[in-house]
Design a protein around this ligand. Structure first.
Ligand code: SF4
Length: 471
């Protein structure tokens, strides 16, 4: 069969064209496709166009909530042309029946086990309505179902088909080492999608893959330092110690970024993991800090991933210390915060920016978007707080999709775009860059940090103008 795999995009995407990361969902699906099929990858985020009149037999589209409208439009066009359309991704996990009305079949959960079965069924014209992987109840699904109850092992995965994408196209390459998250933050569906048990890729397979990557890559795991609260923590710690020791020995050396909390600072193995990660080239961490107040920590559920025993023990001073310890290893911290927890006000946006300034972290301050599939979305839906007239493309920044008890939609939008405008002033960008360079003296860190922030400045200014023009 001729297969096209599509990663859709929408126009209003703050990081578009600034910090592009190779989408692993495309290249992994291509790698899982048996050789007898011909695969084409379309990354609309990078400007690829969809060729509706091409001779394609089957189209697979990744559906994230902000891109659901775009994905459904593309899917409908191919259905009109009597092509087989498969939809998968986080949005289909949350709303499979909605997705089915735009698809020949819907994949729910991870693709490794499902994709070969879907292709075989498609070849024989025997597609089922739903293909499910994971321990989920399927009785409620209206249609025929193929169900793989066990999640896939991450051993022996094929190398992603990066060769199917143009060379040197992305600012960063990407890879992953684990799946699963025990934290169950209330705004995030990842624990339900990948499970709370952590699965690891074998270290030799990860190292062999990293050796083939571009100089700069992003590890898309939810925590590159592990999860200190899990029962088999010693096993997991050893995994990271061994992995980063191996990666530190690779030549040429790679620089990389990833997401991670701050709690590794608080225990002996964690500090060793941090040091080895830095030695292996870790130069930037996206830290989901979520809130600077214990009430925000409680409502978000983020206190668990930050390794507090309860939201009441949240301590901002300790957070600052942890940040400093990680920065002293030469690792830049990008602080991700969500504003819109019930006690937040317009002031919270500005206090959060002050905190970022004080700690020299790159600010990513967003208004809460309750994502379908998360606990918050379900709770707000039941309370009548979701603005149900808003299309899915309002779920990706630049819009408000829920009712807040203290702030109006406009207040949230304006405060958010103003702090992001201020947060990327030339003075602040220069101060943060200088701070990073004094901790890791490297021309590469200097230019990457400076130009990445310049790109973000441009993107957030555009977003600010769009919001100003709308209000
Ligand atoms: S936000 Fe991060 S830590 Fe929390 S559930 Fe999602 S992936 Fe896990």
């Amino acid at each position: 069969m001729k297969i096209t795999v599509i990663f859709p995009a929408r126009d209003l995407e703050p990081t578009k064209a600034t910090v592009s990361v190779m989408p692993p969902s495309l290249t992994l699906l291509a790698a899982l496709t048996p050789d007898k099929h011909e695969v084409t990858l379309v990354d609309m985020f990078m400007g690829d166009q969809v060729e509706y009149e091409s001779e394609v037999d089957l189209v697979a589209i990744t559906v994230r909530t902000p891109l659901a409208v775009a994905a459904y439009e593309i899917a409908d066009e191919f259905l009109k042309r009597e092509k087989k359309v498969i939809l998968g991704g986080p949005h289909t996990f949350a709303l499979p029946e909605e997705a089915k009305s735009h698809a020949s079949a819907v994949a729910i959960g991870e693709g490794e086990k499902l994709w070969p079965i879907i292709l075989k069924d498609a070849e024989q014209d025997k597609l089922k309505d739903f293909y499910v992987c994971g321990p989920y109840p399927v009785e409620g699904l209206k249609g025929t179902v193929h169900h793989e109850k066990e999640r896939p092992s991450l051993e022996g995965l094929p190398m992603m088909r990066r060769d199917l994408l143009p060379k040197k196209r992305y600012f960063m390459d990407s890879m992953f080492t684990t799946r699963g998250c025990p934290n169950h933050c209330r705004f995030c569906p990842v624990t339900d999608i990948f499970g709370s048990k952590i699965r690891h890729r074998p270290i030799d397979e990860v190292v062999a893959e990293v050796a083939t990557l571009a100089k700069l890559y992003f590890n898309v795991d939810d925590s590159v330092f592990g999860h200190p609260q899990i029962k088999d923590r010693p096993v997991e710690n050893q995994y990271y110690l061994d992995l980063y020791k191996e990666l530190a020995g690779l030549r040429p050396k790679h620089l990389w970024g990833g997401a991670g909390g701050l709690s590794a600072v608080n225990y002996k193995d964690g500090r060793k993991i941090l040091e080895l990660a830095a030695e292996s080239g870790l130069s930037a961490v996206a830290a989901g800090l979520e809130s600077i107040s214990s009430k925000g920590q409680k409502q978000s559920g983020a206190w668990r991933k930050l390794h507090y025993t309860s939201p009441d023990t949240f301590d901002l001073r300790k957070m600052k210390e942890n940040i400093r310890t990680i920065q002293d290893l030469g690792i830049v911290i990008m602080g991700f915060f969500i504003i819109g927890w019930d006690e937040d006000t317009g002031e919270t946006y500005y206090r959060t920016l002050d905190f970022c300034d004080e700690c020299n972290i790159i600010p990513f301050i967003f208004t809460l978007t309750p994502m379908p599939g998360s606990q918050i979305y379900q709770e707000y839906l039941e309370q009548g707080r979701i603005l149900t007239d808003r299309p899915w493309d309002h779920y990706g920044g630049g819009y408000v999709v829920f009712k807040h008890p203290l702030m109006s939609e406009n207040e949230m939008l304006e405060a958010n775009s103003e702090v992001m405008r201020q947060g990327y002033s030339m003075g602040r960008i220069s101060k943060r860059t200088l701070h990073a360079v004094t901790r890791r003296l490297s021309l590469y860190v200097l230019t990457t940090s400076f130009f990445t922030q310049l790109g973000l400045r441009k993107a957030y200014r555009q977003l600010h103008e769009q919001i100003q023009a709308r209000s």
